[in-house]
Write a protein that binds this ligand. Structure first.
Ligand SMILES: NC(=O)c1ccc[n+]([C@@H]2O[C@H](COP(=O)([O-])OP(=O)(O)OC[C@H]3O[C@@H](n4cnc5c(N)ncnc54)[C@H](O)[C@@H]3O)[C@@H](O)[C@H]2O)c1
Length: 405
């Protein structure tokens, strides 16, 4: 295929407007089509970028005029458009999250797998651009090359997702059960939840406190404190909030071979990675050390991973997808395969469910039962249908997407 014809769904939105800025720099990509519920927004895109306007996402997908769609609409629509595209053999990049619920995420993955039977090089990518950040690539390497070893504890505090009330008042769908389906776990944290599972695997049990509208006039969660347990007995915490500032982003991974701390403190431009490499595995040291009180000998390395690639991280994801589609390289060539997004999505679902039901939740969540994927999906629908919450008046405000990733 000479060029990949891209169709953008939700082109009038804040995120889509950002994507449009770099499409011209993606080799082998033609920005062929756009659509948005707000017709005038789509006309604006067409005029600026020379693409064709479709009345709806469905029409665009069915037109035969696009090879790839990028879904940048509110979360509930991601599975609907992705599944329709797969039924037509069209490749998909979905914005995060994969879906609102693991139940819907799984249905989308099933639709993809089934469509791949007829078209083996079909592609399903997720916009998890943080996987390409230099810091997170370095953490992934240290987690997989044996530098950390078997994990013992993982703590992540992410309170640098601060949002003002103006942010929540800028869109009718935002921070409502019916329109968005969740709060900080679904909107801001999909990146962190994806990274956590990518680094150290999905925990097997979650016990969480999820506080609704603690710092904002919203009905969904804006503050979460979760205790995590992994199948090997490792434990840890995941703490996040959109109500605290200055916020921090501090990840600590303690393993049998080393300890890693990734820190981003208020005012820092880059993460600092501090890695302690122990001279022997900690369990051996505990068993064999003749002293009563001792510190394990360790080398300390401090790094600030820098990114040589100056392209926006989103552009790198799109370029990778376009190359994969053009040269028929297949799903294994993707930097961010969307089906992997299910682990983080389900982890976030489990945190919210644990908080709202005051009960630990086991992972992977079973398909049926009291604390299942189905029960979670039903709970979100119920919260939306029974909501009596009055949102503040919706006021359009300027969005600087560059500071939101
Ligand atoms: N990857 C990232 O870092 C990142 C950052 C921000 C947002 N996002 C994701 O992007 C998505 C959109 O977020 P946003 O902040 O741009 O929202 P937004 O409200 O600014 O934009 C959504 C756009 O979709 C349009 N739309 C809604 N339903 C539609 C439909 N059925 N058909 C066609 N158009 C429709 C709306 O008119 C609007 O223009 C969300 O899922 C969000 O999680 C990702």
């Amino acid at each position: 295929m000479e060029t990949v014809r891209l169709g953008l769904i939700g082109c009038g939105g804040a995120m889509a407007r950002f994507h449009e800025t770099y499409f011209k720099d993606v080799q082998g990509l033609t920005y062929a089509a756009c659509t948005d519920m707000k017709r005038e927004a789509a006309e604006e895109s067409a005029e600026k970028h020379g693409c064709k306007v479709f009345d709806s996402a469905e029409e665009m997908i069915d037109s035969g005029e696009v090879d790839l769609i990028l879904i940048a609409t509110p979360h509930f629509t991601h599975p609907i458009f992705a599944q329709r595209a797969f039924s037509k053999g069209i490749n998909v990049i979905t914005e995060k999250p994969l879906a609102v619920t693991a139940h819907d995420g799984q249905a989308t993955i099933d639709a993809f797998e089934s469509a791949r039977k007829a078209k083996s090089d079909l592609i399903f990518a997720g916009m998890f651009q943080q996987r390409t950040f230099a810091t997170w690539s370095a953490v992934k390497r240290l987690c997989t090359d044996g530098s950390i070893g078997e994990i013992m504890r993982v703590n992540w505090t992410i309170t640098d997702w601060f949002r003002t009330q103006t942010y929540y008042d800028a869109g009718g769908w935002r921070a409502t059960w019916k329109g968005e389906g969740g709060g900080v776990l679904l909107n801001q944290c999909p990146h962190n939840l994806d990274l956590l599972c990518w680094f150290v695997g999905q925990p097997s049990r979650v016990t969480a406190l999820a506080e609704l509208g603690k710092y904002h006039h919203i009905e969904v969660e804006d503050d979460v404190t979760a205790i995590l347990q992994w199948p090997n007995g490792a434990s840890g915490t995941f703490i996040t909030s959109t109500g605290q500032t200055p916020g921090i982003n501090r990840l600590e991974i303690v393993g049998k071979n080393g300890t890693l701390i990734a820190d981003l403190m208020p005012g820092d431009e880059k993460h600092t990675l501090t890695y302690y490499r122990t001279h022997e595995p900690v369990d051996e040291f505990t068993k064999n050390c003749p002293e009563r009180f001792a510190e394990i000998p360790a080398d300390k390395l401090v790094m600030t991973p820098a990114d040589g690639d100056k392209r926006p991280n989103h552009q790198r994801i799109v370029q990778n997808v376009v190359d994969t589609v053009r040269f028929g390289k297949g799903q294994d060539n993707l930097l961010t395969p969307a089906p992997e997004g299910l682990f983080g999505l389900e982890l976030g679902n489990a945190m919210l469910m644990s908080g709202l039901k005051s009960s630990p939740v086991a992972l992977p969540m079973p398909a049926e039962g009291e604390l299942s994927r189905k029960a979670y999906a039903d709970m979100i629908v119920h919260l939306g249908e029974t909501s009596t919450f009055k949102k503040n008046e919706v006021k359009e405000s300027k969005a600087d997407m560059g500071s939101s990733f």
